[in-house]
Write a new protein. Structure first.
Length: 174
């Protein structure tokens, strides 16, 4: 029988232990994400995969915010984050720190996620606005574009779903 575990049986890190734990060398960049629920989900997923940091850009909401907390469930207190007025400022900052930048988008010459070769180098993943995606000027500054293959009639996934899929794949399924 498969008995559901109680919270105390999950062996989760404390906030203090999370902050000192070795993180994945991955930074998430949210490019003008409008939905505060999506921002909260990004925090929660970043916490689950021990992601280094989230860069919130442009109109993307920032903590503290009760709408973000609805889905973050406290992850805004564990995951490091910074705000940049524009996504281009964040891109410049990351390039100065020698990050490899990849937009997660549908574009010419994109790399299907299942064929993307992730290394241990510092990686930044740019996720775009719910309607317009990643800004073209940002894509132009990236080292490449990763695309999640899809087979249905729709041509996009919710950003929070995309973040989960990509981080699962890059984290090696933890």
């Amino acid at each position: 029988m498969n008995q559901k575990l109680k919270n105390e049986e999950l062996n989760r890190l404390s906030v203090e232990a999370f902050k000192t734990a070795k993180k994945q060398a991955i930074v998430l960049v949210l490019d003008n994400v409008r939905s505060l629920n999506n921002v909260g989900s990004a925090f929660r997923t970043a916490d689950a995969f021990l992601i280094e940091e989230i860069l919130l850009c442009g109109v993307t909401g920032t903590p503290p915010n009760k709408e973000i907390e609805k889905t973050a469930l406290g992850a805004t207190h564990t995951v490091k984050w910074s705000y940049f007025k524009t996504t281009m400022e964040a891109v410049t900052h990351l390039k100065e720190l020698n990050y490899k930048l990849y937009a997660v988008e549908q574009a010419e010459n994109s790399i299907p996620l299942n064929k993307f070769q992730h290394s241990d180098e510092n990686t930044a993943l740019v996720f775009g606005n719910e309607v317009y995606g990643v800004e073209q000027e940002v894509i132009d500054q990236c080292h490449g574009v990763i695309e999640i293959p899809q087979a249905g009639t729709k041509h996009s996934l919710n950003i929070s779903v995309s973040i989960g899929i990509v981080l699962w794949e890059l984290a090696g399924g933890i």
